[in-house]
Design a binder for this molecule. Structure first.
Ligand code: NAD
Length: 368
């Protein structure tokens, strides 16, 4: 059985090979260009199912170690996400170190594109934090190994609506398991973060007549979403105390930690944010102990990468993307049942199912 271990925590001191060895990365590339100031890391975790795909994130990391750990951890997450989504893609991710507002320009993006190109298609990129479709256009000038291109250029455009649809499917499946019905009508849903994904999710919830609670830093976004959808605004520090049926983290990671899990009053957690569990094992178990059903993030937020996948195949059409994303409903039920039957956590079951696919498909690819 393949083993993938994800112990690295941002901020931890790490040695060059220790984490790579533990998590089982195939290749990690350090990219440097003095002329443009580009400093990037491309992490290729696993290419058994296909080329490694995962977005590029630009961030002002406090230390190089933080960037290194983020690249390793995120690329491992993409291996699992792509596998459980049923895509023929491996897992990879890139991080560019620096303040996007100050450093990002055409030359830097194109220089990064040259590095992506140098990998000959082993790694395919797309947008992540602080990256736009415009950046993908610059990267495309230097390499064909890029997705997330604007619709005007034949690409899949902004993946957020598709991500939100997958989250919605995962939420309905978790509700079916927990409440006996997939209907969200009348359910109290706390959406943390009404950015791209959160707002599209609110739209789906509204159509089903859920009672929606929202929280965000941005007063403008709160005003817009509360007025448009009649959602109730909750102060950020109150999110974990809200009496609700479903908590949907759609802002930041690691909100499922000792303190917050102890406060939660919901029965289901299902949201789009990446890496919601601060510690996969410990906090996965803590949710089970608290009788809270957790729909694993990397499973239910796979709609965005599915959008990129269809672009990569050269056969993009929105209807195929939505059909594939809809399968998240069945997979979520499968994961939740697997966890129950195996006395496991949903997170561990989702990991096991993702790894099993890699192992099985890896074997059929071996030519005799
Ligand atoms: P976004 O930046 O558009 O939205 C995030 C929102 O969260 C912003 O409005 C921000 O103000 C708010 N926020 C930040 N900290 C907060 C806090 N403490 N409390 C409440 N609100 C807070 O990002 P997005 O594209 O909507 O992505 C949201 C999450 O989903 C991220 O974790 C992202 O990695 C993940 N994700 C996104 C996609 C996608 O297709 N966009 C795909 C997979 C995963």
């Amino acid at each position: 059985m393949i083993e993938i271990i994800g112990r690295a925590v941002v901020g931890e001191k790490v040695s060059l090979f220790s984490e790579v060895e533990k998590m089982g990365h195939e290749q990690v590339v350090i990219c440097n260009d003095n002329e443009t100031g580009l400093k990037a890391i491309i992490a290729i975790h696993n290419t058994v199912l296909g080329p490694a795909m995962g977005g590029t994130r630009m961030w002002s990391y406090a230390t190089d170690e933080e960037a290194w750990t983020d690249a390793l951890r995120l690329s491992r997450g993409m291996t699992l996400k792509n596998s459980i989504a049923g895509l023929n893609l491996g897992g990879g991710k890139a991080v560019i170190i620096g303040d996007a507002a100050k450093l990002k320009n055409e030359a830097l993006m194109r220089r990064f594109g040259k590095f992506v190109n140098s990998l000959g298609g082993k790694y395919w990129t797309a947008e992540d934090v602080n990256m736009s479709t415009r950046d993908m256009e610059y990267i495309r000038m230097e390499t064909p190994y890029v997705t997330g291109m604007p619709e005007s250029r034949g690409g899949g455009g902004d993946p957020s609506p598709v991500t939100a649809y997958g989250v919605y499917m995962g939420m309905k499946a978790a509700s079916k398991k927990t409440f006996g019905s997939e209907s969200l009508e009348g359910k109290n849903v706390m959406v943390q973060g009404v950015g791209n994904v959160g707002t599209y999710l609110v739209d789906y919830l509204k159509k089903e007549n859920a009672k929606i609670f929202i929280s965000d830093f941005s007063e403008n976004k709160l005003k817009h979403v509360s007025e448009k959808y009649g959602a109730t605004v909750v102060p950020m520090e109150e999110v974990y105390n809200v009496n609700c049926d479903i908590y949907a983290p759609c802002a930041l990671g690691a909100t499922l930690n000792d303190q917050n899990i102890a406060s939660l009053k919901c029965r289901v957690v299902a949201g789009g944010a990446n890496n919601q569990l601060l510690d996969e094992k410990r906090h996965g178990e803590m949710l089970v102990e608290r009788d809270i059903v957790y729909a694993p993030d990397f499973l239910i937020n796979g709609g965005g990468i599915t959008n990129c996948y269809f672009e990569y195949t050269g056969d993009y059409n929105r209807s195929s993307v939505m059909t594939q994303t809809e399968r998240i409903y069945d997979t979520t039920l499968k994961v939740l049942n697997h966890a129950e039957e195996n006395n496991s956590t949903p997170q561990q079951s989702a990991i096991d199912i993702a790894l099993e696919r890699i192992e099985k498909i890896g074997k059929i690819k071996i030519s005799l």
